[in-house]
Design a protein. Sequence first.
Length: 305
Amino acid sequence: MSLHIETPLVASRPLSLASGLDIWLKLDALQPSGSFKLRGIGAACEAYARQGKRRFVSSSGGNAGIAVAVAGRILGLPVTVVVPETTTERAKQLIRQEQAEVIVHGKAWHEANALALSLMGEDDAYIHPFDDPLLWQGHATMIDEVAATGFKPDAVVVAVGGGGLLSGVCEGLARNGWGQVPVFAVETAGAASLAASMAKKQLVALDGVNTVATSLAAKQVCQRAFEWSQQRPVYSHVVSDQAALDACEQFLLDQRILVEPACGAALALAYAPTAELKRHQKVLVIVCGGVTATLDQIRQWRAAC
Ligand SMILES: *Cc1c(COP(=O)(O)O)cnc(C)c1O
C-alpha cells in the first residue's frame, strides 16, 4: 500500500484561456502532506521499513521534513527532524503535528544536517530530500497515473529545486514510453542551478541562493537530474520571484488552491508560455504544491518585490 494518494488530473479553463494552450493540472498539492514529496518519500520510507529500519531522520524544515513526518506517523515509526534556527514556527508546527520530534540546531541547514547525521544509529534511515533513486521511483507514479487516464501530454512543466521531482517525472515519462515528450524545467532566478549546469554542460554548484521559493533553494541539482537534461528533451526556463508570487495569487483565484512560490514558478510559465512552449498544445503542469508559505507571507513578499 502506498502512503500517497492518487491525485486528480483536471483540465484548467482559466489557465488554458490565459495561455492559449490546453493546460492540464496534476494536482499533487492535494497530497496528505500538501506536496508531491509524499510520493517519493513515502516510497523510500516504506522500503527502509521493510529493510528493518526503525526510525527516520531528516534535516528538512520544508515539505520534505513534513512528508517524512507523515510517512512515519502512517507507518507507526518515530521520526526526528533536525532544522536550523531559521525555520519558521509554522513549519515546525506542521512537522510536530505529525507526531515527529523537532530538534532546532545551528544557524544554517548544513549545521542542522551535520547534527542529523551524527544522530544516525544502525536502525535509522536518513531520508534525503531529493537525491535517492527510491524517491525518483516514487515521484514517477504521478506520470503512471496520468498515463492510466489515457491522456498523453505534448509537453510537461515542472519546478526544479534539487531535481528530485524532475528526475521522477523523467523516469515516469520514460517508463510509460514518453521519453520524447519535452519537459520544461522551471527555476527562479535566485536558485537557477539546473539552468547554470545546462549552460555549462556540466554539473555546477552556485555560490549562493536567494529566492522566496525556498523549496527550490538548492545550490546544486542532483547528478541524475543533470543527466536527464542531457539525455532527453529538457528546456530550462527561469522566472523572477515576482512572477512566481503573482502566479500563486492568480492560481488561488482561478483554482482555489494555495501553493508555495516554488510551485508558482512552474505555474508562471503556464500562465505566460514562451514561444518554445507554445509549439505544444496539450501541456501537463505538475502542481507540486507546498505548505510552508501562508497567504499573508505570499502577500508580504509580493509587496516587497
Ligand atoms: C521539494 C519541492 C520542489 C522541488 O523539488 P526537487 O525535487 O527539490 O527539485 C518544488 N516544489 C515544492 C512545493 C517542493 O516541496
